[in-house]
Design a protein around this ligand. Structure first.
Ligand SMILES: [Cu+2]
Length: 68
């Protein structure tokens, strides 16, 4: 299990939090998704062999947010 902290811009409200949690949480091997609006971070616990960090970043960008 890996813990990745991703810097993300464009998250503004609870809707953004939900959108990211739902989309990233649906990826296989992801066990938790925590969004910190103030710090602009998304912390993901995942099995790297199932879902890589790049896959998670792509999913966040697909949702309309900018990975920094
Ligand atoms: Cu929002």
């Amino acid at each position: 299990m890996a813990k990745s902290i991703i810097n993300v811009d464009g998250m503004a409200c609870e809707h953004c939090v939900k959108a990211i949690q739902t989309a990233v949480g649906a990826l296989s091997g992801v066990s938790s998704v925590a969004v910190d609006l103030e710090k602009k971070t998304v912390t993901v616990e995942h099995v790297p062999e199932a879902t890589s960090l790049d896959t998670i970043k792509n999913e966040i960008e697909d949702q309309g947010y900018e990975v920094l």
